[in-house]
Write a protein that binds this ligand. Structure first.
Ligand code: ADP
Length: 307
């Protein structure tokens, strides 16, 4: 095998009540990457299409992740990476995580090494650090493993894959405004009232129970954020109008995807997810903002080999 092509999916982090610990993997939006063997030793990014991102190994999350993996598992074989970006950088649906996960998974597959996906996560995290300054796995874990994921403890890689009820469909709206992850983090209060913590804990337990028992009503009741939504909503134009319109259209829940500016809604079935998309469109098209809307099932496999 001299070359492989992979699909590296986008993802939604936080999922309202799961701030910094929950995420899910999307199906219809993702990057493609080609990873090839080369006679020239070392790792290089030789092509990026779709986004204006650096080819330099040190400045691209794919390069940093690849180097981190190769430092631990060296090879004499040279490696070339081509990145075909479909996920817009800074959209809030795990653009950098997709590149980091794709690079590490792709190289591991190319070299036919028997290392489990979960054990590849630390190298992808090194790449993600470049984008956000800190190691966050709430996009890395779902992009790598697929489905819903819970990060119980990052240091010990205590990451749990949760069940994905089959009728869940995600609608995403990406208002194309610039919002830096570091800014969305910096505006957060460092202290949270105890009563909010209690509510958040109850909701996350409710959401996880709902995922295990296919209880869509419980999932819906639990999709609330008591910790960061209020502050972060201020960074997204018409956030509450968009959210309310999704709920009126029948969504189970709606919230900020990662640190924004994308917003996600979870619905039961494609028909409602489409109505949610229309309701988003009605509101955003009145503003002078470019946007993308996506509808996706949950991708239960995560990053995968195409050819
Ligand atoms: P998202 O908001 O979609 O999760 P991030 O905030 O994680 O996106 O990452 C975007 C930042 O990472 C941008 O500043 C971008 O320039 C940088 N970056 C570096 N390499 C990549 C890459 N391969 N793909 C996406 N973003 C990258």
């Amino acid at each position: 095998m001299d070359s492989i092509k992979i699909f590296s999916p986008s993802s939604v982090a936080n999922l309202s009540c799961g701030f910094d610990v929950l995420g899910l993997c999307l199906d219809t939006i993702g990057d493609e990457m080609i990873i090839k063997k080369s006679k020239k030793p070392g790792v290089r990014i030789i092509k990026i299409e779709g986004e204006n991102l650096p080819l330099s190994i040190e400045k691209n999350v794919a390069g940093v992740a690849a180097k981190s993996y190769l430092n631990k598992f060296p090879t004499e074989i040279g490696i070339e990476i081509e990145i075909y970006k479909k996920i817009k950088a800074g959209s809030g649906i795990g653009s950098s995580a997709a590149s980091a996960v794709g690079a590490v998974f792709g190289i591991n597959e190319l070299l036919e090494r028997d290392i489990k996906k979960i054990d590849l996560i630390p190298f992808a995290l090194e790449g993600e650090k470049l984008a956000s300054g800190e190691a966050h796995a709430d996009n890395i874990a779902p992009a790598m493993l697929g489905g819903f994921t819970l990060i119980r403890d990052l240091k010990s890689l205590d990451i749990i894959k949760l069940p994905s009820p089959s009728e869940l469909v995600v609608t995403i709206i990406h208002p194309k405004i610039e919002l830096k992850t570091s800014h969305a983090r910096a505006i957060l209060k460092t202290q949270v009232p105890l009563k909010n913590v209690v509510k958040q804990t109850a909701n996350i337990a409710g959401l996880i129970s709902g995922l295990y028992s296919n209880d869509y009503n419980l999932i819906s009741r639990s999709l609330n954020d008591e910790i960061v939504e209020k502050e972060r909503s201020l960074l997204i134009p018409k956030y509450y109008s968009l959210k309310n319109s999704a709920l009126e259209a029948g969504a189970l829940g709606c919230g900020i995807s990662g640190s924004g500016p994308s917003i996600f809604a979870l619905s039961r079935g494609y028909i409602i997810a489409k109505e949610v998309a229309n309701s988003f469109k009605n509101i955003i098209s009145k503003l002078n903002i470019d946007f993308d809307i996506y509808i996706s099932k949950i991708n239960s496999k995560g990053v995968r080999k195409l050819t």
